[in-house]
Design a protein around this ligand. Structure first.
Ligand code: SAH
Ligand code: SF4
Ligand code: F3S
Length: 425
């Protein structure tokens, strides 16, 4: 075996895990293949959040197996959220090409060790002499695994298991190492990140974690994903104001604007509570951007319920919303609810809400035109560079000056569309 490919689906947690798996392959002297047709071994890190993401995994494994039958490669490894719930199907599809399957609720560090063990049966440790891959300007760092919330539509508690926080010193060490290697921005990760520390019996764990990471020398920017609105308190917001590296961006998944639906989803907050939270954020962090996740077409969602979501989107005026049509997931309470919504209606609501949101996003983005914002440069190509402002909006920068990756530069915003900003430096 000479080449590997890591294919990752789903959330940022999987992006982090993919990096950890890649490091193991590098340690064994394997090179990254450009595509699956050239790979000797392929690792799929899967996502099960919607049935589409699950289908994508199963058909990718099917394609890899068809190559294996013809050419005797690639060997297949499957891990992550689909592996947690569809082990049999995966084994049936991949047959004798499958050399390992590990579940998303096993800790990533255990799965990494398992990968080492598997590879050592095929190869001897043979570190590559090639230089270590250049670090990105930002890095993801998980702080809590799993979820104890059981929202009625969601597969994550089944695929990732119960909450388990990492010790604070382990997180601080990992962040410190990244920063020393040149990383400028850290994104802390957890499915319900404001539960950080609850399993140690510490209800202030999340803010204490932010405060500890904020003190790490030379860290420029701190972000986190994903907080749950039910635990996002005024006290927390006020304490956040004391953090020098925390970026002014709040991602607070609302899911629906109807109290009836929020209750059926078991979200543990009301429309009114959510809106008052937004009011506090707007008054304490007036320059912040606010983004959200929304599900349309949840069982029993009437036209009236849907219009409540539309009105909430207009009231908050989110900078961006990640909007999805409800997808039935196996063994979740919502999958057995009566009054499932027809696909056609889901699609109509999705498209309608996307139009509403895009118009708001455009207005929001245009309001940045004329202002100057500090941009962390992520990439540079000849005369074009791009990066993000503190509010997490992507800016395409044109510049006559020399500009390099990982620099933070002041950029004057000159134009915008509903997706990004354009600016000059
Ligand atoms: N832990 C985070 C994110 C969970 S998954 C949270 O609590 O918000 C990311 C997003 O996928 C969710 O916010 C939700 O909007 C969407 N999602 C989850 N399950 C879904 C389903 N069954 N159908 C459609 N969208 C879903
Ligand atoms: Fe899923 Fe809810 Fe947990 Fe988020 S908080 S991962 S939506 S169960
Ligand atoms: Fe998908 Fe699992 Fe993440 S279901 S969104 S990869 S936690």
């Amino acid at each position: 075996m000479k080449t590997f490919l890591v294919v990752s689906f789903g959330c940022q947690m999987n992006v982090y895990e993919a990096e950890k798996f890649k490091e193991v392959f590098y340690d064994f002297g394997l090179y990254e293949a450009n595509n699956i047709e050239e790979a000797d071994i392929v690792l799929f890190n899967s996502c099960a959040v919607r049935s589409k993401s699950e289908q994508k995994l199963l058909s990718s494994v099917g394609y890899a197996y068809s190559l294996f039958k013809k050419f005797g490669r690639p060997y297949i490894i499957v891990t992550g959220c689909v592996a947690s719930i569809k082990e049999k199907e995966i084994k049936n599809i991949a047959k004798n090409s499958l050399i390992s399957i590990s579940k998303g609720y096993e800790l990533i560090y255990d799965r990494v060790n398992e990968l080492r063990k598997i590879l050592s049966q095929y190869l001897s440790l043979h570190p590559q002499s090639v230089e270590k891959k250049e670090r990105q300007v930002f890095a993801y760092v998980p702080v809590i695994f799993g979820c104890n919330n059981f929202c009625t539509y969601c597969i994550v508690p089944a695929t990732r298991g119960r909450e388990k926080s990492r010790p604070l010193n382990e997180i601080v060490n990992e962040v410190t190492q990244y920063v020393e290697e040149g990383v400028k921005e850290i994104v802390l990760l957890g499915q319900n990140i404001n539960h950080y520390g609850y399993d140690f019996g510490n209800k202030n764990g999340f803010i204490e974690l932010l405060e500890a990471v904020d003190k790490i020398p030379h860290l420029e920017r701190l972000r986190y994903l994903t907080p749950h609105p039910a635990l996002f308190t005024k006290e927390l917001i006020l304490r956040m104001k004391g953090l020098k590296t925390l970026m002014p961006h709040f991602h607070l998944p609302v899911q629906s604007g109807s109290n009836k639906i929020l209750n059926l989803m078991r979200r543990e907050y009301t429309r009114e509570q959510y809106l008052s939270l937004i009011d506090i954020i707007k008054s304490e962090f007036s320059e912040a951007s606010i983004t959200t996740d929304i599900i349309v077409g949840f069982p029993e969602e009437t036209e009236e319920d849907f219009l409540q979501t539309v009105s909430l989107v207009k009231t908050v005026a989110f900078d961006k919303s990640f909007i999805a049509a409800y997808s039935k997931r196996p063994n979740t309470p919502a999958a057995n609810m009566e009054s499932q919504i027809e696909d056609r209606v889901k699609k109509e609501r999705l498209n309608y809400l996307l139009d509403v949101q895009n118009e708001i996003s455009l207005k929001k983005n245009l309001s940045y035109v004329g202002g100057t914002y500090s941009v962390l440069v992520e990439n540079v190509k000849v005369n074009i560079a791009y990066g993000r402002i503190p509010q997490d909006k992507l800016v395409i920068i044109s510049s006559e000056k020399s500009i390099s990756k990982a620099e933070i530069v002041p950029v004057k915003i000159t134009d915008a569309d509903f997706i990004h900003l354009k600016g000059e430096y």
